[in-house]
Structure formats: C-alpha cells, structure tokens
Design a protein around this ligand. Structure first.
Ligand code: PLP
Length: 386
C-alpha cells in the first residue's frame, strides 16, 4: 500500500516539531501558575507575556489586544455574544448580523443572541459564496450591534473583502468581527491596516495543538466576558492561563506568517493542477466557489451521480483522507449549510468532497489523487446505474 495522503488540512494540521519543542518545558520544570508571585509564577508570567507579544506582532496588534481562548469556537462566541450583550446594554442596539456561510461557531453564537432576545440577521451570498454588498447595506444598520464576515470560508475557500466590509460597518457604528481561522497564513492580516475590531484564530489549523485559539480585540471595543471568576486577562477571560498552549500558538503563528507567501504559492500551484486534472477527466464536475477569489488550500468538488459518503469511504480505503463539507458535520447526512446558501441543489451538495491542502501535500500526492479520484467516480457511477 502506498503512503497515505492527508488532504484534510482545513479540518486540522499536524503539530509542528518547532511548536512541540517550544511547549515542552511547560509540561516539565516550567509548570508555574502565571498568577503566582514566586519565581515559578514569574517565569510562567514572563513566558505568557512573551507569547502574547509574539502573537500580537504577527497580526500588527498590541499585546493587550490579544485574548487567548480555548479554541476558535470560543473566540467566535466571545466576539458575537460578548459584543452584542455589551452594546445592547450600552447603546440599545439589538441585532447581530453574519453571513449564512459562517462556521457553526458563529452561527451558533448568533442563535444564542436570538435566544437571549436579540435579532439574528443573515446577509445574502451569491452562487460563488461572495457576500452581496446591497444586503450588507440593508442589514448592517443603526440597530445592529455587531457584524461578522468570515475572511476565508472553511468549506469552499472563498475569500471576502473584509477590509471593505469592516470600513462600511464602521460608517454605521457597527462593531466588526472576522473569523480568520482559515485565513491566518493564507491572507495578509495587519490590524494596523484593516479596521476589523475583532478577529478569531485557532491553533490547530496552523500547526499548534487543538485546544488553543485567540481573539484579537481592538482597544476600546466593548466585549462582555462570557465566563466569570478570576481576574486573569483583566477579567476578559477568567481561568488559569494555558501557558504551554499560548507559547505553542505564538510559535506556530510566527512560522506560518514567515512562510506565508512561499507556501501559498506552492499550495496554489498544487490546487490549480489538481483542479485542472479533475475537470479534464470529469468535465461535468462542479468546483464550488470557482470564479470567486479563493484561498489556495481548499478545493470543494461535486460530481453528479455520486454520493460524498460513499466517495469518502472509497478514498479512505485507498489511503486518501478528505472530508465532506466541514469535519464537524461529518456523520450527519444533511447537506452542508454553506452549499445550500449558495443555492447548490441537494443532490449536488450531497456529493461534495472537500480536499484541503497544506504542509503534508506533495506533488506526488496530488498526482496520485488526480489519477485515483476519476477512477473512483467511474466506479461509483457504474454502480449507481447497474
Ligand atoms: N471557524 C472556522 C472557519 C473553522 O474552520 C473552524 C474549525 O473548523 C472554527 C471556526 C472552529 O475552530 P476550533 O476547532 O478551534 O474551535
């Protein structure tokens, strides 16, 4: 059996050895609690402060603008619910707005806002997944507290014009959040140049472990805490800080940003090659989001007459790991909410396979998948018509 091929980097990435190495001392002798005043505590505090500073510098942010969280989901929840609660109280603005193609971390937070009496509003997207700017002007208005537009979509890779939306939200006095979990390392992010108020990232998408994320909160942005207790992170997020993970996230972020241009060029070339090969062999295949600006690591393909679950299993049997839509939805047979929002018919949405490229993707792996996938499609179609 040839080497297995991992094409699921949008679900998660392997921990980088440099990250593992940077974290190791904090599972050993440097175990202190950063709130303690003694030497162990001071050492942990220094490491945490340094991690915050290093991460901040990868975003063009001040270190006090970064809040470490347990994951991207927590960062998204904190941004949406925290800002909405705060601004409803302060300014009486009651609506929260997002795109219908957000990750469930944002959409779930929006439902919570509605559950607490707020108004949930969804923007429109076109058939490629690009946010319709007239719906933005309509819905992001004087009643809106917060608006969230993801920078890169996790299922189809489509990129939004975040700088323009952030600016337009400000003109209406609306706090602007972007989920950059898939964008970090794929687009240039600089808080000094782009006026987002909040931005979420997640460690495990960029070579740090699962269970660490961060929320950038621009100075002066009102965010009510979601947890209560200690005074860590100046009360924004109580709980003893996870020093090892913060150190790991900072290291991963530095490496990712340093390699961004070269790695994006490499992934883009590989994705283009794979896409062209698949379309040549399967001319009726549909690549979702094609025609819109896309991040280089995602390719989402539907082949009419196939079914994503059966295809995923057939690929897995031959050592190729992909996913259907987003990993969090695997196991559920409902079509992806993202493809549904694009107006993709249910049968085509039910055939979608997401291939996501990253550090483990090689020329040889792409060539093998370009060869294998069409043969599996032929087989599936033969079975379906037999
Ligand atoms: N936002 C996007 C766009 C994602 O792709 C993910 C994870 O798949 C998340 C948020 C959630 O991040 P985490 O897994 O760290 O909770």
């Amino acid at each position: 059996m040839p080497e297995p091929i991992y094409l699921d980097h949008a679900a998660t990435t392997p921990v980088r050895p440099e990250v593992f190495e940077a974290m190791q001392p904090f599972f050993g002798p440097r175990f202190g609690n950063p709130s303690s005043l003694h030497r162990w505590g001071r050492e942990a505090r220094a490491a945490l402060d340094e991690a915050r500073e290093r991460l901040a510098s990868t975003l063009g942010a001040h270190s006090d603008e970064l809040c470490f969280t347990s994951c991207g989901t927590e960062a998204d929840n904190m941004a949406l619910i925290g800002v909405w609660r705060s601004r409803r109280e302060r300014d009486g603005r009651n609506a929260a707005v997002a795109t219908p193609i957000e990750h469930k971390a944002v959409l779930g937070a929006l439902h919570e806002v509605a559950h607490e009496g707020g108004e949930e509003r969804l923007l429109r997207v076109d058939a490629c997944g690009v946010v319709d700017s007239s719906s933005f002007d309509e819905l992001v208005n004087d009643d809106a507290a917060v608006c969230s537009v993801m920078w890169v979509n996790n299922e189809i890779g489509v990129m939004q014009d975040v700088p323009a939306f952030a600016q337009r939200a400000h003109q209406r006095g609306v706090t602007f959040h972007t989920d950059a979990v898939q964008a970090f390392g794929k687009v240039h992010i600089d808080a000094r140049k782009t006026p987002f108020d909040l931005l979420s990232i997640s460690g495990h998408k960029i070579g740090a472990p699962k269970g660490i994320g961060a929320l950038f909160i621009r100075r002066g942005t009102p965010v009510a805490p979601l947890m209560f207790g200690g005074s860590q992170d100046r009360g924004r997020r109580p709980g003893t800080e996870n020093v090892a993970m913060a150190v790991g996230l900072a290291r991963a972020a530095e490496l990712t940003v340093a390699e961004r241009e070269e790695e994006c060029g490499r992934l883009n070339a590989l994705r283009e090659r794979l896409e062209a090969a698949l379309l040549e062999r399967i001319p009726d295949a549909v690549i979702h989001g094609r025609g819109a600006p896309r991040a280089p690591h995602v390719l989402n393909i539907s082949v009419p007459g196939t079914d994503s679950e059966a295809m995923l299993m057939a690929l897995d049997l031959r050592g190729v790991a992909c996913s259907a839509g987003s990993a969090c939805q695997s196991g559920s047979i409902t079509p992806s909410h993202v493809l549904t929002a694009l107006g993709v018919p249910a049968d085509l949405a039910g055939a979608a396979i997401r291939m996501s490229l990253g550090s483990l993707t090689t020329d040889e792996g792409v060539a093998r998948v370009a060869e294998l996938f069409p043969t599996l499609v032929e087989k599936a179609r033969r079975l379906a018509t037999a």
